[in-house]
Design a protein around this ligand. Structure first.
Ligand SMILES: NC(=O)c1ccc[n+]([C@@H]2O[C@H](COP(=O)([O-])OP(=O)(O)OC[C@H]3O[C@@H](n4cnc5c(N)ncnc54)[C@H](O)[C@@H]3O)[C@@H](O)[C@H]2O)c1
Ligand SMILES: O=C(O)CC[C@@H](O)C(=O)O
Length: 410
């Protein structure tokens, strides 16, 4: 399908070393202007690069704040090549008519496997034994070393990752309890805890799988850590903002929390050459990993394909299925029509103004698709019109009050 804006002119900016599988998807779809960076960019450079870009792909380290997005005058879509989308100001993007896509499941299994491995390591006291061996020490002892079988795993956030962790844990004979703000279907023999406090008081290992939201910010602080069973372990592979890291360090020092595995931090280095600083550094009873819960070759490959395909589909066809901040439409191809897109503030009267415009111009609408959310309306109109008519229609659509974007797609 030939798009009205030549693909050769569409600039794709890919940051943070997203998988080459994404580059392949863009190339195969006919996009040739692909700028690839292994790292996230410093803010000033990010602003300069995003000002030129039509499509931007990031992972968790690039922060697309309102300030950054304001520079993005040509931007049509953002791809988060990960699960979390908290690094993007989704509301600003929506108000700019820019859909944001992510990969909601592609690294779920990778995170779940790591968490299970860490639960076993922590209950066996392996981090301390490993650290001592590296220093030439030897502690051949069963003291403080337990099987996971029959132990209680407390999962906070029983979503895609939390449920997978629960299923894998049960296959090892663990007893699974969970806490979620939503009512969730229990898988296997897992049971909802009465409350977060109830979970903390009962679990031998607590593992966190909530998103970053205002409600989850510092949800595990000194008070919650004190409620955990003495000698229990904590795993955080969710977001660094969820745990008060200084309070965790204090609880680990006293031994109230026997061990921890932490993959995400309130402050993470921008790239692999930057220093990592944390109060947990140097503690033998802590497994520290550099935000790699979802970083397996399988997951990154799948994420590259999934997110790049969503971006290509939006750019080529207008479909917004699984956008996280935007009305979702799945569109058929109508190669014999011209396709116009209109993104507007969801205020009364816009649709009738659009339709008046077509009837006044005596232009036949072959198909029309409308989806709205509380803030934004997205209309796709397939019409029988020639190129000049479509261009004129686009300009008139752009003049309708409340318009955020209008485009002739093909
Ligand atoms: N370490 C990594 O590399 C890595 C990889 C993938 C995802 N993540 C993080 O893990 C998070 C969870 O991923 P997911 O795919 O399971 O997400 P999900 O949306 O499927 O599940 C999150 C669950 O948390 C629940 N929840 C939200 N707020 C809560 C609260 N205040 N208290 C209790 N429960 C709450 C939700 O209802 C939902 O069931 C992601 O948002 C991301 O931040 C990290
Ligand atoms: O790849 C990343 O940078 C983030 C991974 C993970 O935290 C996610 O949200 O999917």
């Amino acid at each position: 399908m030939k798009t009205s804006y030549p693909k050769a002119d569409i600039k794709v900016l890919l940051l943070e070393g997203v998988s080459q599988s994404a580059v392949e998807v863009f190339r195969r779809a006919g996009y040739s202007q692909i700028e690839f960076h292994e790292k996230s960019l410093p803010e000033a450079e990010l602003k300069a690069r995003i000002a030129e870009a039509h499509i931007v792909g990031i992972r968790s380290r690039s922060h697309l704040t309102a300030d950054v997005l304001e520079q993005a005058r040509r931007l049509i879509a953002v791809g988060c090549f990960c699960i979390g989308t908290n690094q993007v100001d989704l509301e600003t993007a929506r108000q700019q008519g820019v859909p944001v896509f992510n990969a909601p499941y592609s690294n779920t299994r990778s995170v779940a496997e790591l968490v299970i491995a860490e639960a076993i390591m922590l209950l066996r006291g392996i981090p301390q034994k490993n650290a001592l061996c590296h220093r030439g020490g030897w502690t051949k002892s069963a003291a403080g070393s337990f099987e996971v079988r029959d132990k209680v795993l407390g999962i906070v956030g029983y979503g895609h990752i939390g449920t997978q962790v629960g299923v894998l844990a049960e296959s090892l004979g663990m007893r699974v309890i969970f806490h979620d703000i939503e009512t969730k279907l229990s898988l296997g023999n897992a049971r909802a805890a009465g409350s977060l406090d109830d979970l903390l008081e009962r679990a031998d290992v607590v593992t966190l799988h909530v998103p970053e939201t205002p409600a989850t910010k510092l949800m595990i602080g000194a008070t919650e850590l004190a409620k955990m069973r003495k000698g229990a372990a904590l795993i955080n592979a969710s977001r660094g903002t969820v745990v008060d890291i200084d309070a965790l360090a204090a609880a680990l020092r006293t031994g109230h929390v026997a061990g921890a595995a932490v993959d995400v931090f309130p402050l993470e280095p921008k790239g692999n050459d930057d220093p990592f600083v944390s109060p947990l550094v140097g503690m033998d009873n802590v497994i520290l990993t550099p935000h790699i819960g979802g970083s397996t070759l399988e997951a990154q490959d799948n994420i590259g394909i999934e997110v790049a395909s969503k971006l290509v589909r939006y750019s080529d066809n207008g479909s917004t299925l699984s956008a996280v901040n935007f009305p979702e439409v799945t569109l058929p191809e109508h190669p014999n029509s011209r396709r116009l897109l209109h993104i507007h503030r969801n205020v009364p009267g816009v649709l009738s103004r659009i339709n008046e415009l077509f009837s006044a111009g005596n232009i036949n609408i072959d198909a029309q698709f409308l989806q709205t959310d509380s803030q934004v309306g997205y209309v796709v109109i397939d019409v029988s019109a020639d190129e000049a008519q479509a261009g004129a229609l686009k300009d008139r659509l752009a003049a309708i009050p409340g318009t955020l974007r209008s485009r002739v797609l093909y």
